[in-house]
Design a protein around this ligand. Structure first.
Ligand code: PLP
Length: 383
């Protein structure tokens, strides 16, 4: 089935019994069993695809997990409390004294903070490599995971996913990828070789800025260590969030198409604005990552980043405060446009704050794109 059809029909197995279109939202802490035999069988279930205790999920959780796995073209999915907990659980499941984890340098800021503040002090060797580097010489005998994100958060650099996976797999090392930007619709992570594909479903998958949720997809084998870690540490997702994410999935394709079309209008408009030095958006032919993007992704709904020409803090403040359709806030992927001034983590150390490039991340929402350009034009008048 085409993914657009899958989005409509997946995750509805428990709806039939309820004579409903959507599956019921099942909330529980305790799972009750009719017989001791059923209870014993549930306790033996190490795949956690059937009710056992609230922490391992309810039928609502399993509906979303099955739908996501099918959409990603793989066997399994684990839902966690938020995108960050999906990341930290994947890292923790592969960490340990003497183990070595390689990460692409442009990962989501909190991913790097977790590595530096939580993993490194407990004896995991954490090493970052620049996007574009050949990782083969960096892999050691005790490398336990390669963790990438593409494009890089904020700076939007691409990397060659196939080359990274080939080098890692040649040494028996699994590859995890934060695929939030691409979603399973625009980025077929497992076909490119990724073993564990991570999503902050908080963003596009839900699409309505009203929940926190993480999802990790992969084969049952690739997710085994993660599953055990989640069971031991309690990173579970709330059924309410899973139910809303299932509802978000229904419209994911149409939302992404509209986000993409509008993001291109706004990005092209910004590229011609004299106050804008560069637009960092791999979907633009002028972007240095365009060829890689084209060979690995089937679409780009944003967000993207702009680099402004140098300006005073006062002029910059007037620009941000002058926007009315772009709300000022963290996150992205919802129906509403957002703006966020950004200093990427891996550039913080390199430049004194005054020299750091003036980067602004934009998420183009579902408003009319010409209205958004007009909003930007009015606010950018003083730059
Ligand atoms: C937002 C984001 C996350 C974290 O997701 P939360 O649900 O906010 O914890 C992870 N990776 C990327 C690329 C993100 O943009």
């Amino acid at each position: 089935m085409h993914p657009h059809t899958q989005l409509i029909h997946l995750g509805r197995e428990t709806a039939t019994a309820a004579h409903a279109v959507s599956p019921p939202l099942v909330r529980t802490s305790t799972t009750v069993f009719a017989t001791y035999g059923a209870y014993k069988q549930a306790q033996r279930n190490q795949v956690f695809d059937a009710p056992r205790y609230g922490r391992s999920g309810t039928s609502t959780t399993f509906e979303l997990q099955r739908a996501m796995a099918a959409l990603a073209g793989t066997e399994s999915c684990i839902a966690t409390s938020c995108g960050l907990s999906a990341i930290t659980a994947v890292l923790a499941a592969h960490a340990g004294p003497g183990r070595h984890i390689l990460l692409s340098s442009g990962v989501y800021g909190p991913t790097r903070v977790f590595c530096d503040k939580e993993l490194a002090p407990t004896g995991t060797q954490v090493e970052f490599f620049p996007h574009g580097a050949d990782i083969a010489p960096l892999i050691r005998d005790h490398t336990s995971l390669v963790f990438i994100e593409t494009p890089a958060s904020l700076t939007m650099e691409m990397l060659d996913v196939r080359a990274v996976c080939a080098a890692a797999h040649a040494r028996g090392v699994p590859v995890a990828c934060d695929s939030t930007w691409g979603t399973p619709l625009f980025f077929d992570a497992h076909r490119l070789g990724i073993d564990l594909s991570l999503h902050a479903a908080t963003k596009f998958i839900n699409g309505h800025s009203d929940l926190m949720l993480g999802l990790v997809t992969g084969s049952a084998d690739a997710l085994a260590a993660l599953r055990a870690h989640c069971d031991r540490s309690g990173t579970h997702a709330a059924p309410d969030a899973c139910w809303l994410a299932l509802r978000g999935l229904r419209t994911l394709a149409v939302r992404l198409e509209r986000h993409q079309a509008s993001a291109l209008v706004v990005a092209n408009w910004l590229a011609r604005h004299p106050a804008v030095r560069r637009v960092l958006f791999p979907a633009l032919p002028s972007d240095p990552g365009h060829a890689l993007w084209h060979s690995q992704f089937t679409g780009a709904a944003g967000p993207f980043t702009i680099e402004l020409a140098p300006c005073t803090e006062e002029a910059f403040t007037r620009f941000i405060d002058g926007l009315s359709l772009f709300s000022l806030g963290t996150s992205w992927g919802g129906f509403e446009s957002l703006v966020m001034p950004a200093v990427p983590h891996h550039l913080r150390a390199l430049a004194a704050p005054a020299d750091a490039p003036r980067l602004v991340r934009l998420h183009v929402g579902l408003e009319d794109p010409q209205d958004l350009c007009n909003d930007l034009a009015a606010a950018m008048g003083g730059l």
